[in-house]
Design a protein around this ligand. Structure first.
Ligand code: SF4
Ligand code: MG
Length: 344
């Protein structure tokens, strides 16, 4: 395709809650091409969950918005109920952090899935059950017929998250939104769930937006990564490029603050301080108060714009028609051209 239409396309999305000092999302632009796995990384409170929910047209109550979010070309900000329903039941599905919050505890797993399937496709009960068995197999559950009869409390968190992934697939979505899908799980189960998500994403050609606080996980599982701080994208790049050479001081700090799954931690230096809250604002860079490189008279004067840095990417990624992987690295830092990876 050379249409250049991204599956998911945020265009300068700004979301402001009443009584706050700054927008919770500030001109967020982010794209996911069909079949592409993209991560949005940031600390808790950075705005990444609000971003994810906006892809289903879910915005915080009372918020004022600017910009647009398009899923398969359909704008969701200000969309009518029919458009939102169409997107939520056929285009995009979401998986949340806590699988138990998304399922009725007194109903069997089989009823949860067959009901979703019948809503999505008008299937007969028998056809829905057959499809539910298939989906439970596809998410790696060992005994689908038995799991259909189980109640949520009879399953571990990891098994139940697989059920939720199966549930998200019932409508044959083109886009899977995953908000911290493994954060509530132990490390081994986390790796299994991520492997299943990645397999499903590749096999079905799904667009995937992974929301996580863990930059190393993001880079391991996704093609491209966006880093968000205080409601703004501060860096975006191909996953390998970002991991090899972060260009924003915050990205570098995130890499240093998460121990690797294998081997010895190398740069385990947590970022000092806390993220800027919604009742605070800054005339300059929102990260300045925590940044080891902040330059008074520059960083505290104006917010750094998100601009391309470094050479344009080359190779197959450079011809991605959606502009996804082909996009140059973007960095919002006044010193992006000065700071070298050695320093960071
Ligand atoms: Fe640090 Fe200044 Fe860059 Fe902000 S603009 S990240 S304070 S060096
Ligand atoms: Mg969150």
């Amino acid at each position: 395709s050379d249409t250049g239409v991204a599956l998911l396309d945020y265009r300068d999305l700004t979301v402001t809650l009443p009584g706050t000092a700054r927008p919770i999302l500030d001109a967020v632009s982010l794209r996911v091409a069909a079949g592409e796995a993209v991560a949005l990384v940031g600390e808790s409170g950075s705005g990444k969950s609000v971003t994810a929910r906006a892809a289903l047209g879910l915005l915080p109550a009372g918020a004022s918005t600017g910009g647009q979010v398009l899923v398969a070309g359909r704008g969701l900000v200000g969309a009518d109920a029919a458009t939102l329903r169409e997107v939520r039941t056929g285009k995009a599905s979401m998986i949340f952090q806590d699988p138990r919050a998304g399922i009725n505890p007194v109903r069997r797993v089989g009823d949860f899935l067959t009901e979703a399937l019948r809503l999505a496709g008008g299937r007969s009960r028998a056809a829905a059950e057959a499809r539910a068995l298939e989906l439970l197999g596809a998410v790696g559950l060992p005994d689908p017929p038995r799991h259909l009869r189980q109640y949520p409390h009879q399953m571990s968190g990891g098994m139940l998250q697989r059920v939720m992934i199966a549930g998200a697939l019932t409508a044959d979505p083109e886009l899977l939104l995953c908000d911290e899908p493994t954060t509530a799980l132990d490390v081994t189960t986390q790796a299994e769930i991520m492997a299943i998500l990645r397999t499903l994403q590749r096999e079905r050609g799904l667009g995937l937006l992974l929301i996580t606080h863990d930059l190393d996980l993001a880079a391991a599982c996704c093609d491209r990564v966006y880093v968000m701080y205080a409601g703004r994208i501060v860096e975006s790049a191909g996953a390998a490029d970002l991991l090899a050479a972060p260009r924003h001081p915050y990205t570098a700090g995130l890499l240093g603050s998460s121990p690797p799954l294998h081997g010895e931690p190398t740069r385990l230096t947590p970022i000092p301080g806390v993220p800027m809250g919604l009742l605070e604002s800054a005339p300059g860079c929102a990260f300045a108060a925590r940044c080891a490189f902040a330059r008074p008279g520059l960083c505290d004067q104006s917010p750094p714009p998100l601009v391309p840095v470094g050479p344009a990417p080359v190779g197959p990624a450079a011809v991605d028609p959606a502009g996804g992987s082909a996009a140059p690295r973007l960095v919002a830092c006044h010193l992006a051209d000065e700071l070298h990876e050695e320093e960071l």
